[in-house]
Ligand binder design. Structure first.
Ligand SMILES: [Zn+2]
Length: 363
């Protein structure tokens, strides 16, 4: 895993030729591993006439066939013996459409390490102590759920005092402790310690409205959202307006409000800069493809998102074709590289992921 170690040692937002070459070498190493260890991937690539040894220059990355995301939902694809796995991450879907990812020890270390580097580079890691309000499941009872895993990971990027998990196990089911949330926020406001709120934007917004929250958590407080407005799309508030409301009602500065987009099957966090744009790190590539013939769309145009990453040697998804629409953009904040603009999901099939399930818990 030499090339991948070198890549993950490098700055996630270095887009120099040397840095890009590190990604190329890393994904070549990763793709060769899966080609050798995972029969389905090898047969698929053989059939499509692709071999990882063809990866020589940046443009060759487009040649790696994207494995359709639904195949990972329907089959348990794994490139190492099951006993070597350290964690199986699952998104709480229903109807058999469960999203999951397999991580052996090294791949788990890799994903934690890259998530930390990305957050640190975006100014979000800190030695300062924070109180945390997490709109998610307590990881003590739901550590294998994608959202609980992410939140526990994120709380480790700063010093922490109290961590309050809003969705609790009542002995027979998960339940949102609304009273506990309001009390925690009031306690945090008075504590003199800054606050970080992690969670689904719709859940937080509904709590603000329902309990008429008006408080000032202070200029050092943060809001880190993720999971989108799934299931509450009709109530979705445009990001810019949402940031203004959160500032007005909770006193959290707009530049400290950061959204994160991630998929359980892919694992790379795409995180907002202070201007509110999701930046694509050099630990990944994002291609935008036509839904008709999967050809590459012209820059800036809308299409299906095709993600590539190289950190996971146990789960054969280095090249993942999704059913999510989006396009590439740019940002003038100084971080550089492309940004990811999300434009919804293809198809009409109702999808009940973690976010939606959690939204059912608040009435
Ligand atoms: Zn930016």
């Amino acid at each position: 895993m030499k090339a991948t170690d070198l890549l993950l040692d490098s700055d996630p937002f270095d887009f120099s030729d040397n840095a890009k070459k590190l990604f190329l070498e890393s994904i070549k190493e990763n793709a060769l591993h899966h080609y050798q260890k995972h029969e389905f991937t090898r047969k698929l690539w053989d059939k499509l006439g692709f071999h990882p040894n063809e990866l020589e220059v940046e443009n060759d990355l487009q040649k790696i066939p994207g494995t359709m995301v639904h195949l990972f939902k329907e089959h348990e694809f794994c490139s190492v013996p099951r006993e070597e796995l350290a964690l199986v991450l699952t998104s709480s879907g229903t109807g058999g459409q469960k999203s999951q990812q397999f991580l052996d020890k090294k791949s788990l270390e890799n994903v934690k390490r890259l998530a930390y580097s990305i957050h640190r580079s975006l100014g979000m890691a800190s030695a300062t102590e924070y109180n945390y309000l997490c709109f998610t499941y307590d990881p003590k009872v739901a550590n294998d759920l994608g959202t609980a895993f992410t939140d526990e990971l994120l709380t480790n990027f700063t010093g922490k005092k109290e961590v309050y998990y809003a969705i609790q196990w009542n002995g027979s089911d998960f339940e949102m402790n609304e009273k506990g949330v309001v009390e925690a926020l009031k306690r945090f406001e008075k504590s003199g310690t800054p606050t970080r709120i992690l969670g689904f934007p719709a859940l937080l917004f509904e709590m603000i409205e329902k309990h008429d929250l008006n408080m000032n958590l202070g200029p050092d407080s943060w809001l880190q959202t993720g999971g989108g407005w799934k299931g509450k799309a009709d109530k979705e508030i445009p990001k810019k307006e949402f940031r203004q409301i959160i500032h007005a009602r909770l006193g959290i500065p707009e530049e400290n409000q950061r959204d994160l987009f991630g998929m359980v099957e892919h694992g790379i966090p795409y995180v907002d800069c202070k201007k509110g744009n999701l930046h694509i790190p050099n630990y990944a590539r994002v291609f935008v493809r036509s839904p008709h013939d999967i050809s590459i769309r012209p820059r800036g145009e809308r299409g299906l998102l095709h993600f590539q990453c190289s950190y996971n040697f146990s789960y054969p998804a280095p090249s993942l074709l999704t059913t999510d629409y989006g396009r590439l953009g740019t940002c003038d904040c100084g971080i550089g590289g492309d940004t990811l603009i999300l434009e919804g999901r293809a198809g009409v099939k109702k999808h009940k992921g973690c976010a939606l399930k959690a939204l059912d818990l608040i009435r």
